[in-house]
Design a protein around this ligand. Structure first.
Ligand code: FRU
Length: 623
């Protein structure tokens, strides 16, 4: 990144040392008060103070000082020894002088020599592993997609965003929009961290009845403010410019936990037609709590669901609540509660469960026994999945493509975090049981740039196909039908010339589809578990993680979810991720991989008998 940002680097401004503890760099005057406070006075400032970040450093506090009690310090890992990358910190809109106060960064830190001011900030990609067609932030850290809403032809994707570094912190709602769920335009963050706390996950609705009084069709956002001082409280903000900017409700918070719960967050709001009311679900430790409201501001507690359900005992996060027809039959609608749990994933860390049942306007009753767990995705990098509001009959979900076990230390610098492909959800029945399918949205077909089709292959042995796409940038889709016949194992390795590979196969003895990334490329990174919450999340601070075992593994799903005989596989590879959709999403499996060279060949094989590979198509993908 440094090269591309050389215009912000040393040398652009003259450095004059005017006192032992005071340096001046052109229009930046730096005064240190010991190691705890540094005051920067910047005359005729440009738009941004360009901050040098070193990821391994502790966070300092950087605040644009105006004397207003609403001044908010942001946590930035300012460089102590050397700079890993830079982040822009907005300081001015044509002011003559600004004051920036920095706390907890030593006076002899490297950052003071590497600070700069500029009207621009270079965002050209510098990350080898940046996906080509998945949504990523331009720079900085991203976790959960949240506040998803469709309005006036635009899909709004807000997300948990740190604009001041590529590790978790300073939660803002970042913002991107798309007309087709595939091409995303980056917009400025919509809601910034403030003195009530981090802006945690939540949801948005289009206020079609003007219930909140800000005008018909205002977008109303609900989020959790999280801080040590105030705990986790639900807040509201409204947008009158199609989701670009939000005004926070002056009487926030709108909801606090009646029992002082520490983990009380991620409000999901939806309209419930039979009661003619708005409903909110809030994750409340190991439950989801339901509330209702007529004006979107005053909320009445109704009930809670969850204690003891699914994999136990786990923290419930990021709820969603949707209604879908079973097997497409609109006379047979079911409610589904999406519950993201951390930890609890079959393969460690975070994952998404769902519960199917009935809702009477007050309580949710699950059709299954408490111990039944149903998974929306069988990979290890699928979390905080929630759905767009206002999409009519279509229910479209967006998963964050990482896992809290290692999200903060993946081998990425400029941006850290990507969203998995948007998925369309539907309900299907198998052996008398209802399940939810998650299939890549049909809009992804627009990504296909070039297709290679192969003749049907009958195998008892192996066949290697090289150069699966031309001018390979690591972004492609493989479609095929596999009929295992009498094979014990049938599948394929997606490989590169270094022998790194993702192994995907049907194991007909255990009746599983398996994706194994143990030899996929880089599988060891990070040193120790990084707590992603500084406030209110001691739980994560005690978690100790061995990354080697946590990343290098195979994940599997039961083939009993499919009808059998022939399995249709649709596989999306994008630089550092592999997503599998089997039989229209009856099985979805999402995993990150870090090959040190793009995968460019396929070794198809069948062991212990013959298998058929038919309708094999490989599409090169791009925007
Ligand atoms: C889920 C989550 C949410 C919270 C957010 C904070 O990944 O833990 O519960 O709102 O991340 O960034």
């Amino acid at each position: 990144m440094k090269n591309n940002l050389s215009k912000f680097g040393l040398g652009i401004l003259a450095v004059t040392t005017i006192a032992a503890c005071q340096q001046q760099k052109s229009n930046i005057n730096i005064e240190h008060y010991g190691d705890t406070l540094t005051v920067l006075k910047i005359t005729n400032p440009e738009k941004y103070l360009i901050l040098p970040v070193q990821e391994s450093c502790n966070e300092g506090k950087v605040m644009l000082y105006t004397g207003n009690p609403a001044d908010m310090a942001m946590d930035v890992r300012l460089a102590i020894d050397s700079t890993d990358y830079y982040v822009p910190f907005k300081i001015s809109e044509g002011t003559d002088e600004v004051i920036v106060k920095v706390r907890n960064v030593p006076a002899d830190a490297f950052c003071w020599k590497d600070l700069n001011v500029s009207d621009t900030f270079e965002v050209k990609n510098t990350d080898y592993y940046r996906p080509l067609y998945h949504h990523t932030p331009l720079y900085g850290w991203m976790n959960d997609a949240n506040g998803l809403v469709y309005k006036d032809g635009e899909y709004h994707l807000y997300f948990q965003y740190n604009p001041y570094g590529s590790k978790w912190g300073n939660m803002h709602w970042g913002h991107s929009v798309s007309k087709d769920l595939v091409h995303w335009e980056h917009l400025a963050p919509a809601i910034a961290r403030d003195t009530l706390g981090h802006i945690f996950s939540g949801s948005t609705v289009v206020d079609k009845f003007n219930s909140a009084g800000y005008g018909k069709d205002a977008i109303i956002a609900f989020y959790t403010s999280a801080s040590d001082e105030h705990g986790q409280i639900q807040c509201m903000a409204y947008s009158l410019d199609n989701g670009r900017t939000y005004t926070k409700y002056e009487k926030n918070p709108i909801l606090t936990p009646f029992d002082g719960l520490k983990d009380f967050r991620d409000p999901k709001v939806f309209w419930y037609e039979p009661s003619q009311k708005w409903y909110m679900i809030v994750s409340a430790d190991k439950n989801m709590r339901f509330y209702s409201s007529e004006n979107l501001k005053d909320w009445t507690y109704l009930s809670q669901f969850g204690e003891g359900y699914g994999v136990q005992p786990n923290q419930f996060e990021c709820p969603d609540f949707i209604q879908l027809p079973v097997d497409g039959d609109k006379n047979n609608m079911k409610w589904v509660m999406i519950v993201n749990i951390n930890p609890g994933c079959m393969f460690g860390g975070s994952a998404t469960e769902y519960f199917i049942g009935e809702f009477d306007g007050k309580e949710f009753k699950c059709d299954n026994d408490k111990q039944v767990s149903k998974w929306l995705d069988f990979g290890k990098d699928h979390y905080a999945t929630v759905c767009f509001s206002n999409t009519g009959d279509r229910i479209i979900a967006v998963p964050w493509m990482s896992n809290w076990q290692y999200a903060n230390v993946t081998p990425i610098r400029q941006h850290r975090g990507a969203n998995a492909l948007p998925r369309e959800l539907s309900l299907y029945t198998k052996d008398g049981e209802i399940y939810m399918a998650a299939n890549a949205v049909k809009e992804t077909e627009a990504l296909r740039k070039e297709t290679k089709s192969f003749d049907n292959i009958s195998l008892n042995g192996e066949k290697v196909v090289n150069d699966i796409v031309s001018n390979n940038e690591g972004a492609f889709e493989i479609e095929m039908d596999i009929t295992p016949n009498n094979a014990q194992t049938a599948g394929f390795d997606i490989m590169n010339s270094k022998g790194e590979k993702v192994k995907i196969y049907l194991d007909m003895q255990s009746k599983r589809i398996i994706m194994d990334r143990t030899e996929s490329g880089l599988t060891e990174f990070g040193e120790k578990a990084e707590p992603h919450f500084k406030e209110n999340h001691d739980r994560r601070k005690t978690e100790s993680v061995n990354y080697i075992n946590d990343f290098a593994l195979g994940t599997w799903a039961p083939l009993s979810l499919c009808e059998g005989k022939t399995y249709h596989l649709d596989i999306f590879v994008d630089k550092c991720s592999v997503e599998i959709f089997v039989d229209g999403g009856r099985i979805a499996m999402t995993n990150l991989v870090f090959p040190t060279e793009v995968y460019n060949s396929l070794r198809l094989y069948s062991e212990g008998g013959e298998a058929e590979f038919t309708n094999v198509n490989i599409h090169k993908l791009g925007l």
